[in-house]
Design a protein around this ligand. Structure first.
Ligand code: PLP
Length: 446
């Protein structure tokens, strides 16, 4: 018989009343209480705020309709605008005619040849030893991290994405030790690596961070992995498709070809595996791990999703292949547009003296508030001005970063960008955002 603790019961009952559903029965569990407490701010916004858990009724380019309101979407991860690209959309029916809507074999039981084509193209794009495709990054973290580490040691970046945390938690349940190092701090990692923990050793971290928009110093982390016989495991969900290899002929600081932070940093795959997804820049439900061929073959039976999980729909395999082709022909020009639109927003924040953690110029721009309790009102203000953003409540970000996140895509028109920068100006007149000075001071003392 499951019993709820009284505080948990009260919250579940309150939320259920608000959502009009019957109370759920949940197990009595201290972890659950802690987790519910940690997500309380988000839960409150879920029931009270038009920009959280919103139902989108219609899209028109990068405009979305919620009820009778049209808003400009700055919460989309479709960075390259491939979700709206006619060349890609028009190609899908031919794939459906040939393959039907859904393969419905797990990959080990039967893989349409489209997967082989995708893996070959990705291997080439990434200059990787090999690539294995699975439906989502979450599947990969949950299944591959435990297999890589066994009963050894994971060193996890303190701000690693929640799905990495969860993959590490599965590994811990199977006997691994998990140590956390301070976010983006190679010195702290090195001190832990010197501690003589048992191997195998795996260092888990994000590439381009989903909230700050910044990338780690990959060369330092890769060097540490090699020096200490560890494997560096990088999740570049947000960098893949946006940043890539450097070259004299690059159009902007994002580099060329969008082939990830690994290539952007000029890194090799020695002691490094890259995980990323197609569900952001490529607007397709698919993910991959770039790794040696022997590991790929091993994961086909050792990582459960290859056998046990349903596959990506044919439309996603189609949009991935067509997106990869478009990336080769026009990707760099599209990224240049994205870069210019992002720069306009970042320059405006700079003029206004508003702080953002973004020092990279990549299209994820978080704006922390000086008073986190204003998040509700700030969100409503933006909504009323037709601007749709991600509410960055705790625990999506640390408490001192509570605010909102703007994501820019190549499909946002210059007019939409101008509306946004205008609204940001108005916002500074009415609310207290963190100033650059305060923000920098905080970073120095933290
Ligand atoms: C850094 C990072 N990793 C993983 C994920 C989850 O990806 P998927 O939907 O492919 O499981 C996300 C999604 O937002 C992400 O931002």
């Amino acid at each position: 018989m499951f019993e709820l603790r009284p505080e948990t019961e009260a919250r579940v009952a309150r939320e259920s009343r608000l959502s009009g559903e019957k109370p759920l029965r949940r197990s009595d569990d201290k972890w659950l209480d802690r987790w519910l407490a940690a997500t309380a701010d988000l839960a409150r916004l879920q029931y009270s705020h038009p920009m959280v858990d919103a139902v989108i009724d219609e899209v028109d380019g990068r405009l979305i309709r919620i009820g009778n309101r049209w808003l400009v979407d700055f919460a989309s991860c479709n960075y390259l605008g491939f979700d709206l690209e006619p060349e890609i959309i028009d190609a899908v029916p031919e794939y459906l005619a040939k393959w039907g809507t859904h393969p419905s074999w797990s990959r080990l039981l039967g893989s349409p040849v489209l997967y082989e084509e995708i893996e070959a193209r990705l291997t080439d794009l990434l200059s990787a030893p090999d690539v294995l495709v699975m439906p989502t990054i979450t599947h990969i973290h949950m299944s591959v991290i435990p297999v890589l580490v066994g009963e050894g040691t994971i060193y996890m970046d303190g701000r690693a994405h929640k799905t990495i945390y969860d993959g590490c938690a599965v590994a811990r349940a199977h006997g691994a030790t998990v140590r956390r190092f301070q976010h983006d701090d190679p010195d702290h990692l090195e001190s832990l690596l010197r501690g003589g923990d048992p191997g195998p050793r795996v260092i888990c971290m994000d590439g381009v961070n989903s909230m700050t928009g910044n990338a780690p110093d990959l060369n330092s982390f890769a060097a540490l992995a090699r020096e200490h016989d560890a494997l560096l495991y990088v999740d570049d969900a947000h960098g893949f498709g946006v940043v890539g290899e450097r070259g004299e002929d690059e159009l902007c600081d994002y580099g060329k070809r969008g082939n990830s932070v690994i290539q952007h940093a000029g890194e090799t795959y020695e002691n490094v595996v890259l995980v990323a997804g197609l569900s952001k820049a490529y607007s397709s439900l698919l993910a991959f791990i770039a790794c040696p061929s022997e590991l790929k073959q091993f994961l086909k039976t050792a990582a459960p999703p290859y056998l046990y999980s349903g596959p990506s729909p044919v439309a996603s395999l189609a949009t991935t292949l067509e997106g990869l082709k478009l990336n080769e022909s026009r990707g760099d020009a599209i990224r240049f547009d994205l870069y210019r639109r992002t720069k306009r927003v970042l320059n405006r924040l700079d003029e206004l003296g508003i702080a953002t953690p973004n020092t990279s110029g990549y299209p994820i721009v978080e704006v922390p508030l000086a008073r986190h309790e204003q998040i509700d009102a700030v969100g409503r203000f933006l909504f009323d001005r037709g601007i749709y953003v991600t509410m960055a409540a705790y625990p999506l970000v640390p408490r001192n970063e509570v605010g909102f996140r703007i994501q820019i895509t190549a499909a946002n028109t210059p007019d939409q960008i101008e509306n946004l920068v205008h609204a940001l100006g108005e916002l500074t007149d009415r609310f207290q955002l963190q100033s650059r000075e305060d923000w920098l001071g905080q970073q120095l003392t933290s």
